[in-house]
Design a binder for this molecule. Structure first.
Ligand SMILES: [Zn+2]
Length: 123
């Protein structure tokens, strides 16, 4: 079954589930949700970022890759790390995430601190 992605029309009033958008698995034939199952506020379906939809060949991905590589060449590790980190979240690429962590290390960040930081954001 496909995964559909929804976003809240009034995210500032949304619940934990919808304020940043959420994914919903449903059959192709079932109607789109119009309200958040969590809080009932209106939501709309957005185009699903099918995992891997942004392929290596996409111009956007190549552009970001090129910028990361540029930062790395220039030794701007924290810039490279942040960009790789952000982009890896978007395209769900664990390889890029590893690269980001690597760049963070080179930038002098401690990975322990980063992981704690990441956890504190999730909570
Ligand atoms: Zn909600």
């Amino acid at each position: 079954m496909p995964i559909y992605e929804y976003e809240s029309l009034i995210p500032e009033e949304g619940c934990k589930m919808c304020f940043r958008g959420f994914e919903h698995i449903q059959t192709i034939s079932s109607p789109a949700l119009t309200n958040c199952p969590g809080c009932g506020l209106p939501v709309r379906r957005i185009i699903s970022r099918c995992h891997g939809a942004i392929s290596e060949a996409s111009p956007e991905h190549q552009q970001v890759e090129a910028r990361i590589a540029h930062y790395e060449r220039e030794g701007m590790w924290s810039h490279a790390a942040e960009l790789a980190d952000k982009h890896s979240e978007r395209i769900k690429d664990p390889g890029l995430k590893t690269r980001a962590l690597d760049d963070y290390k080179k930038a002098g960040y401690s990975i322990d601190t980063l992981e704690k930081h990441a956890k504190s954001i999730e909570e």
